[in-house]
Design a protein around this ligand. Structure first.
Ligand SMILES: [Fe+2]
Length: 319
């Protein structure tokens, strides 16, 4: 009997250790979403958090499957980590073989929380990456004979920080996120007229060669209407507002895949701003007729909050 008990105990322990290994095993994987002709290849990188753990793996994957466009979807630079990890990635993306690939970036909440968002945006620009924000929210570009509208919005925390990137200490009005939706999201992207008002503003980007080569001259409503329309935003949770916009692809991150997954049972335990059992933790969501929200699980790695059955993700979008 004693022998039998010992056998059970050892078996249970072995199973537990194997399960634990698989639960914590979080290498960088690639997730692909394909639409239409699939001629244009977009690489979406989010929530890098100034880490270096996935650097080599990420760069190798980008070399093996050269993207037409690289999008950096916020929280690339962390507020508590050394900026070195993020700068290494930005620098690499500015060099061969990536130097001529169009690259766009939006801020996430962590860039704002650093109180250094202005400095960080300048760092991104230094490496010839376009920061999509309120000044230059949209570019109509031509790649492989196809017109693509690339728009992007800064994180909602823009409302709580001043022009120098410092936290506004006074209690801001309660509905600050509604203010972001109205003043930033709708004002820049609700209609084609809104989009046209600030399209192709290359102020500050005059020296970026790849941008000059692909910008569509004389952008008008018809050209926008007939283009592939992509909106880059850090936050997935503003689904209702996004569904009102004329974009086919809304690319986001922020959730870290809901941190804990249970295969076939649970797609995310918790995500910031969505709470427990988040609906938009990671994956593809059809939010309205022909409007696709893609949520990347991101590339974050935090040993204190490990990813459980939740691998880090480089997302590819083909359209
Ligand atoms: Fe975030």
């Amino acid at each position: 009997m004693k022998k039998y008990k010992k056998f059970i105990l050892i078996t249970a322990l072995t199973v537990f250790i194997i399960l634990l290994f698989f639960a914590l095993y979080a290498p960088l994987v690639e997730k692909t979403y394909s639409f239409g002709k699939g001629n244009i290849k977009v690489a979406l990188i989010t929530d890098y958090h100034s880490a270096t753990l996935y650097y080599e793996s990420l760069v190798n994957k980008l070399i093996n499957n050269t993207p037409d466009i690289i999008l950096l979807g916020g929280d690339i630079i962390d507020d508590e980590e050394d900026v070195y990890g993020a700068e290494l990635l930005l620098k690499t993306l500015s060099e061969s073989p990536f130097s001529n690939i169009p690259k766009f970036y939006v801020t996430g909440n962590h860039e704002f929380w650093s109180n250094r968002v202005v400095e960080f945006k300048d760092l991104v620009k230094k490496y010839n990456i376009v920061v999509l924000d309120n000044l230059s929210p949209s570019f109509l570009i031509n790649i492989k004979d196809e017109n693509i509208l690339i728009s992007g919005i800064c994180d909602p925390y823009v409302i709580k920080y001043d022009n120098l990137g410092r936290f506004i200490k006074k209690d801001y009005e309660e509905n600050w996120q509604d203010k972001w939706v109205k003043d930033y999201l709708y004002n820049n992207f609700l209609t084609y007229d809104n989009i046209l008002k600030k399209i192709n503003n290359i102020n500050g980007y005059e020296n970026i060669l790849w941008l000059k080569n692909i910008i569509v001259e004389n952008a008008d409503i018809k050209k926008i209407e007939n283009s592939h329309k992509v909106l880059l935003t850090h936050r997935p949770e503003f689904v209702e507002s996004y569904s009102k916009l004329p974009y086919e692809y809304i690319l986001s991150g922020h959730t870290h895949g809901g941190q804990v997954n249970i295969p076939f049972i649970l797609n995310g335990l918790y995500a910031p701003n969505q709470g427990l059992f988040p609906k938009y933790a990671g994956g593809l969501y059809n939010i309205d007729n022909g409007k696709n929200l893609i949520v990347s699980r991101g590339l974050s790695f935090n040993p204190i909050m490990p990813r459980i059955f939740n691998k880090a993700e480089l997302v590819w979008v083909y359209f």
